[in-house]
Design a protein. Structure first.
Length: 496
């Protein structure tokens, strides 16, 4: 094992023959040592070893505390002046380092290699080593972040003082990642995850432009341009919410927007297995909306929030109910909300305030003002004060789009925090899928469904939630019932 100086913030090693092809991927020649001036110091790229069998590139960031002081435009703490001169940034893989990484190796991160395009698209054996990574959550967090991406992780706490073991460990890790990946993916993982591990202690102001930087590095579509990997690695990462929140320095408005763009799904029935299924599901969607309307009418509610409203299929119906004073639609998908807005505002009262006052005309041509409606960009897995104060909440074909690990968060948001008097939940009955042409046993109705429950599984979930949060629940079938498999849609009506 080659030992590297502790000042080296990142080394990238490959054994893919010829290993010196690493120079093509990084756009940095192995025979040259190069320096790149930054506003806070100098980034150096050089090769401690470069043979056909093994090649190592190093990125060393040399921070100038005085330059960092000059670059800072505001002082937020009394000890700021001293902190600029006595800090860990020259030694740790902090936000300074990721900025330098993004600037110096920008072309490599994008996966561009004009001279050897096939090389950039090929996974190669890699070892990345960072001797000092801030991570207060410890080695377990590092493994949770990198292992789902295909890395083998060695994360060792760095002692405060090797000569004084009684002092214990610092909140830094010596991190080594090994795996066979494309170099562009490997660098993108570092660019996103290192700031997240640092915990939002960024040396620069985080604004809305960071959202696109995060999504682009995570492989998600930006400005309508899809990545080669579709939704990208960040959208599929089990810790995407933790990563997004920390990368965006816990700025809730930006976090909601980023998560909405990462987890967006279409309201339409795209991705079903067969046109016959699509046709039946379209008809079934109307029957679901009919059933929900009937429940809302019978319970005499005055306000409804549709969580996961999509393009407004249900909202378009609810605004015609005279007994409803307030209707709110929520979705993580901005495109769906725009569709709902167009449906609801064919005619609007401009004096309606934050919400919209759709105006309808009766047969005699007289205008009739209907409920105030409001459309919100938000997620059902995050507590939100805007969800409070509604008589009823509806989750129509929503829960199956959530990862099972996120269901408890949704339950806490809807039943615990918002806690409306009535909650209506509909979800597919997987037992019924055998009656759809093109669906084999175990197949799901939609490509974005994370699961589909049997009737017994749905009842077990609903009974547990009702008992925990002080509701009673009754079950209603939606659609034509089969004597063996039941109805295609199952509905739970929770009352408190």
């Amino acid at each position: 094992m080659v030992r590297h100086n502790a000042w080296v913030l990142l080394t990238i090693t490959t054994t893919a023959r010829p290993a010196t092809d690493l120079g093509y991927l990084l756009h940095k020649h192995p025979d040259k040592a190069q320096g790149f001036e930054q506003s806070f110091g100098t980034a150096h790229v050089f090769y401690p070893e470069a043979t056909e069998e093994r090649c190592t590139a190093a990125l060393l960031l040399e921070v100038d505390p005085q330059a960092l002081l000059r670059a800072r435009t505001s002082v937020s703490t009394p000890d700021f002046a001293l902190a600029q001169y006595v800090n860990d940034r020259p030694y740790a893989s902090s936000s300074l380092f990721t900025v330098a990484l993004g600037r110096v190796l920008r072309t490599a991160i994008r996966g561009v290699c004009e001279g050897r395009p096939e090389l950039a698209a090929t996974p190669i054996p890699l070892e990345l080593h960072l001797p000092a990574v801030p991570c207060r959550s410890g080695p377990e967090r590092a493994r949770a972040l990198f292992e789902p991406l295909g890395w083998t992780v060695r994360a060792e706490p760095v002692p405060l003082d090797p000569g004084l073991p009684g002092w214990g460990d610092s909140h830094y890790l010596s991190l080594t990642l090994t795996g066979t990946l494309r170099l562009s993916d490997a660098l993108s993982h570092l660019y996103v995850l290192l700031p997240a591990m640092e915990g939002g202690n960024r040396h620069y102001w985080v604004d809305s432009t960071e959202i696109d930087k995060l999504l682009r590095a995570g492989g998600a579509p930006v400005d309508g341009v899809e990545s080669e990997d579709g939704a990208g690695w960040l959208a599929e990462h089990p810790e995407r919410e933790w990563i997004t929140r920390r990368y965006l320095a816990r700025r809730d408005r930006y976090v909601r927007t980023a998560l909405a763009r990462l987890t967006e799904h279409e309201e339409s029935e795209e991705g079903v297995a067969d046109p016959v299924v699509e046709e039946r599901e379209s008809s079934l969607a109307d029957r679901r909306a009919d059933a929900i309307e009937a429940v809302i009418e019978s319970e005499r509610v005055s306000s409804v929030i549709d969580l996961g409203c999509g393009g407004g299929r249900l909202l378009e119906r609810l605004v015609r109910h005279r007994n409803l004073e307030r209707i709110t639609g929520v979705d993580v998908h901005l495109g769906g909300l725009e569709i709902a807005h167009r449906k609801l505002c064919k005619g609007c009262d401009p004096g309606g305030g934050r919400g919209h006052r759709p105006l309808f005309a009766d047969a005699a041509g007289r205008s009739d003002q209907r409920p105030r409606t409001e459309l919100l960009l938000g997620s059902v897995v995050y507590r939100d004060e805007r969800f409070h104060g509604h008589d009823a909440a509806v989750l129509m074909e929503v829960v199956e789009h959530l990862d099972p690990s996120r269901l408890p968060a949704m339950e806490d948001v809807v039943f615990g925090d918002a806690a409306p008097r009535l909650v209506v939940v509909t979800t597919p009955n997987v037992e019924y899928n055998r009656h759809y042409e093109g669906l084999t046993d175990g197949s799901l109705r939609h490509a974005d469904h994370r699961f589909e429950w049997t009737r017994a599984e749905f009842a077990a979930w609903a009974d547990r939630v009702a008992e925990r949060y002080g509701y009673t629940v009754r079950y209603l079938p939606v659609g034509d019932e089969h004597p063996e498999t039941g109805a295609p849609t199952q509905m739970g009506v929770f009352t408190r």
